[in-house]
Design a protein around this ligand. Structure first.
Ligand code: ADP
Ligand code: MG
Length: 352
């Protein structure tokens, strides 16, 4: 885990349920396990949870474990360890859904960040009386502000992959006045424009869709003017070269100073700002420059309503000491999904 924000935010609800409900069963996910790898197991957080709650926690690792829970607090192993959670096949899904539904009377969803239609977040809400938790409710209230906020509305979108942010990009391109782009998704978009990207990360199979995005929204989407280049990805920063063109043998790992200046000017005039996705490889100090400068430029705009969100974005905000936001969302895709108001199927089921 890179950051404990989501755990910390969930604790007040868990504490309240642990004292008020006869039995509390906690469902959560971590990462994207493929074969139930130990690094994604919740075994390691049981002790911390017991400490935070001041009571013992039963760690359930199988569906059979759930059958006889009468009292106390139970933490189920990472829901993504159970094949039914995101199963395509109905029988696998049904088995998991039945096991979860049968062990509880009421379902509370406080996993705002997890907006996919999984069994533990979506299907179960159809089987049990369901409520949203305080984190979820606060997210919706704060994000609803965006819909009534002033213009110019500027979105800043970065991160690892264009493929993971396609919906976000499309919805922001429609709702925002400008979309400032950073992170590795830049290079797929540059390639779509026929600009060479050296050895930077490009999603070859997304170049066509990137071309469509550029053709349709090219006037709103602003791409970097210059780049921080390194000869090898792992380079700690000693050999950084700033350049407007990406040289053939080089890899771009951050936005450059001219881009920072341009984005800062646009952000200074904004009245509403949404930010998701780091501008560069922020995990290393030398290439956290763009993320820090843009994050702080957003925070410093005192006249705007400012929201940021996303797992790595929150990690960057905390690690780099960026401040000044009106709301920091626990969700990335979920936050942008609310803005697009298209992917939020979970809400239709839960908010009755
Ligand atoms: P979030 O979780 O906030 O939505 P993402 O998961 O989309 O953000 O992206 C974060 C990751 O993107 C970070 O690990 C960061 O190192 C990586 N990244 C950003 N810029 C680049 C780049 N130029 N090349 C490779 N990786 C990058
Ligand atoms: Mg991420």
């Amino acid at each position: 885990m890179v950051d404990a924000t989501r755990y910390d935010e969930s604790l007040p609800l868990i504490k309240a349920l642990a004292t008020k409900a006869k039995a509390t069963i906690l469902l959560a996910h971590l990462g994207r396990p493929k074969n139930n790898e130990p690094e994604f197991s919740f075994a390691k957080i049981v002790k911390q949870l017991e400490k935070d709650l001041g009571q013992p926690v039963f760690f359930a690792t199988s569906l059979a474990d759930l059958q006889h829970i009468e009292t106390g607090v139970c933490l189920l192993e990472n829901v993504r360890f159970f094949p039914g959670e995101d199963a395509k096949e109905d029988t696998e899904k049904a088995e998991f859904l039945t096991a979860l539904s049968n062990c509880a009377d009421v379902f509370v969803n406080d996993a705002f960040a997890d907006y996919r239609k999984s069994v533990s977040t979506y299907d179960i809400a159809k089987n049990l009386p369901s409520y949203v938790g305080p984190v979820f409710a606060r997210e919706i209230a704060n994000l609803a502000q965006l819909a009534v906020s002033a213009t110019p509305f500027v979105a800043v979108l970065g991160g690892a992959k264009l493929s993971e942010k396609l919906d976000a990009m499309l919805s922001l391109a429609q709702t925002a006045d400008k979309v400032l782009v950073g992170g590795a998704m830049v290079y797929t978009l540059l390639r779509a424009k026929g600009i060479s990207t050296g050895k930077s990360r490009v999603e070859e199979d997304k170049i066509d869709v990137a071309k469509e995005i550029i053709a349709k929204y090219g006037d709103k989407i602003i791409l970097p003017l210059d780049h921080a280049l390194v000869p090898v990805f792992e380079d700690p920063g000693a050999n950084i070269q700033y350049s407007e063109t990406i040289l053939d043998a080089m890899i771009s790992v951050d936005i450059g100073p001219k881009t920072i200046d341009l984005y800062k000017k646009i952000l200074a005039d904004a009245k509403t700002i949404v930010w998701n996705g780091p501008m560069g490889v922020f995990e290393r100090e030398a290439t956290a420059v763009g993320t820090k400068a843009i994050g702080q430029a957003i925070g410093n705009n005192t006249g705007a309503y400012k929201v940021a969100g996303g797992g790595d974005s929150i990690a960057a905000i905390n690690a780099l000491g960026i401040t000044g936001f009106n709301h920091i969302s626990t969700g990335g895709g979920a936050m942008l999904g609310v803005l697009g108001a298209d992917k939020f199927a979970t809400l239709d089921v839960i908010v009755k």
